[in-house]
Design a protein around this ligand. Sequence first.
Ligand code: AMP
Ligand code: MG
Length: 323
Amino acid sequence: MANIGVDILHAATLLGNNNLVAIPTETVYGLAANALSEKAVVKIFEAKNRPSFDPLIVHVADVAQFEKYAQNIPDIALKLAEEICPGPVTFVLDKQPIIPHIVTSGHHTVGLRVPNHPLTLQLLQTLNFPLAAPSANPFGYVSPTMAQHVQDQLGQKVPYILDGGSCAVGIESTILDFSKGNKKVLRLGGMSLEFLEGKLKTKLEVQTSSSNPNAPGMLVSHYNPGKKIFVGESINKLLDEHAGEFADARIGVLAFRDYQPEIDKKLQRVLSPSGNLTEAAYNFFTMLRAFNTLPVDVVLAEWLPDEGLGRAINDRLKRASTN
Ligand code: AMP
Ligand code: MG
């Protein structure tokens, strides 16, 4: 079992010796290794069972570090980063040669991010290298938002988990591609499109895997809690449409605001009774994960309003319901 604690120096020593450490961020927990060491980074892919074509995000202490690891950074990207970092956003930029190919899955770009969590920022300031860190879950599974989630799934494979409590945002970072003259969104995430467009004073092209299957690492099927998931306009509509199919099935419900009256409350999770999308994002992965151990055969979920963080949650619901 992994040790869990708040010892930053212990975490730094392990990382300095090419070991893995799970780290808290405001989005989800990351499985971190020295991004400049191939020997360390390979352990991330092994522990997660992650395919080598899925690139890792590189975490740095502040935007001043971007130029060490990226080049040809457009002014608009740097200006935006200075304004909104630390925060739940990743910048894809042309990489500097110092970043090993294993981190970027052979791409000439690197994803850089300044995570907004006091423990991890302190850790990054202690280190003299950046941290490559994908979400700290086995590949294809639900992302962890508490130290215990990491312990449950990867506890045998990671020596130390830095415990920073529950992740404040709860879904992964928004990924913005500013490489090679691009200005587009590769993944919807914890920083809303509306907010970013407001900062940039321009519309952004959204090119996630649904519109571009070649986007690196944006897998169509993801976030699997181990149960079959159906998503629809409303739970009622799903029950009507699939009545025959669900006749003998034990049904779980992941609703936005309201419990479904005819289903046992214990088998239901409500993301935000007040209809707050930020709260829904905070609860999303913990509630999705719960269905893994609840006695249900299928999970019925409803789409959230397609705005703000609702868009990012819907994107994850879509992937969670795709086999
Ligand atoms: P995770 O940290 O598990 O949420 O996954 C990191 C994701 O970041 C990958 O799956 C990619 O979608 C994205 N990413 C990381 N590096 C790059 C890059 N160089 N180009 C495009 N996307 C990237
Ligand atoms: Mg992930």
